[in-house]
Structure formats: C-alpha cells, structure tokens
Design a protein around this ligand. Sequence first.
Ligand code: IDP
Ligand code: MG
Length: 133
Amino acid sequence: MEKTYIMLKPDAMKRGLVGEIISRIEKKGYTISRIETKVLTAEVLKEHYAHIADRPFFPDLVNYMTSGPVVAMIVEGPDVILGMRILMGATKFEEATPGTIRGDYAYCTTENLIHGSDSAETAAAEIKRFFGC
Ligand code: IDP
Ligand code: MG
C-alpha cells in the first residue's frame, strides 16, 4: 500500500472546506492514517518548498502558509500518490478542471487549498519531515 503526504492549507481552514476535502479523500476510498493540525514555520517551508524558493512569489507563499494552521495527513491507498494529485487538480487555478478540489474551489494559484506529494521520493521525505516516520 502506498502512502502520501497531504496538507490542507490555511485557506481550507479559513473557508470551512476541511470537511468537504476530507470527505472527497474518504469517498475516493483512501485511508487517512495520521491527521494533525500544525502551525508551520518559515524555516520548514524553505525546506518543503526548496524547489521554488528562488521564485518571485515565494515570500507571498510563506506569508500565506504561515497565516494559520494547516491540516497535515498521511493518506494511504493503491497508487495514492498519483491518485491524490488527480483528485487535487492542476497547480495553476486556471488549469484545474471542474470536479477536482482545486478546480471546484481555488480561485488563485498561491492559495490553492491543498498540497500533495508529487513522487515516491518526495512522499517519503515529506512524511518524515512532518510526522517523523
Ligand atoms: P503543487 O502544489 O501543485 O505541487 P508546486 O509547483 O510544488 O505545485 O508549488 C507549490 C505551491 O506554490 C503551489 O501549490 C502554490 O501554492 C504555489 N505556487 C506554485 N506556482 C505558483 C505561481 O506561479 N504563482 C503563485 N504561486 C505558485
Ligand atoms: Mg509540489
């Protein structure tokens, strides 16, 4: 069984969409094996988002991601890494199709509600970073 790291971003909490998003994950048939709210630091975000730390939008991303608590999860299921990326929808809001979480609820690219690991390597590293296992 594969595992991935999923994080509901601060806008999901502020907009009252946590239940709706978790419900979609459950209805898909995946199992949430760990779940915790966390307040992230700029330091951990520099590590988590190292691949985009030099982009002009990075300071706005850190402000947004530290603006309130996130819901951190380990989600399990067959091919769950790819399956969750499909359920989430594309990064850019204008490319996220209706029926996906971002396509239905995100109206800009920075505040796009949900994070999901994009490969087996990042899933393992992110689960270790946020859950220490
Ligand atoms: P992902 O979350 O779909 O894996 P990444 O490229 O890893 O996308 O980017 C991480 C996060 O950085 C995105 O989810 C989004 O919040 C933000 N982001 C990415 N690209 C842009 C952009 O072009 N403008 C503004 N924010 C962006
Ligand atoms: Mg990513």
